[in-house]
Design a binder for this molecule. Structure first.
Ligand SMILES: [Zn+2]
Length: 203
């Protein structure tokens, strides 16, 4: 009887702790934001100021301080939400075709940002940013499921040619390379990174 009482008390205590403890949110993982197999025109630079470092440690394939991943793709290519979240920011005032050095949209051109943790701001929770979009194609505002169409790609803002700039914002730069690798972090931010290629699978 005494033992039973003890077990019941222990159970209640554990249940109380479980109830009171903050429930850790699962880290979001991202799908590739376009459906076609992408041509990566520029990877994330993991080593600004110290030489260019793609996640594989190859010293080409990126440029100084590049904080995102560039997917070369024709203007008008559908862009998909890389994970479930809230589309909380949109800039939609730039011509579809920008130029190198353009500051339109802060250089990002037309862009949208999705918060994946319900915080709705940059730099705290997990945010993904989709830049250089075609004018008047970005949806706004809405909550999105992974794989929802959110815009069409373009070349707006500081861009030398049609591509999608995909950026993850969680940590301070560097640290937001979605790819895992010897010169990046050990855990990929992609749902699946098969032979270096992120897939279109959702979490
Ligand atoms: Zn870029």
């Amino acid at each position: 009887m005494k033992i039973l009482k003890k077990s019941v008390s222990l159970f209640l205590l554990l249940a109380m702790f479980w109830f009171l403890a903050p429930q850790a949110k699962a880290e979001p993982k991202f799908r590739r934001p376009i459906s076609a197999t992408p041509v990566f025109s520029s990877f994330y630079d993991n080593q600004a100021g110290l030489g260019l470092r793609k996640y594989t440690c190859v010293t080409s394939g990126t440029y100084e301080g590049h904080a995102g991943t560039d997917l070369a793709t024709a203007v008008g290519t559908p862009v998909y939400a890389s994970a479930v979240g809230g589309l909380y920011y949109r800039y939609n005032g730039c011509p579809t075709y920008g130029y190198l050095g353009s500051t339109c949209g802060g250089g990002y051109g037309n862009n949208v940002r999705i918060d994946h943790e319900g915080i709705l701001t940059d730099g705290i929770g997990w945010v993904t940013l989709y830049a250089h979009l075609q004018l008047d194609t970005a949806v706004w505002p809405m909550s999105v499921l992974c794989g929802a169409g959110i815009a069409k790609s373009g070349s707006s803002g500081n861009s030398s040619g049609p591509h999608l700039h995909f950026e993850v914002r969680k940590y301070a730069y560097p640290g937001n390379d979605p790819f895992s690798g010897y010169c990046s972090h050990s855990t990929s931010f992609w749902v699946s990174q098969v032979n270096g290629l992120p897939t279109t699978s959702c979490q």
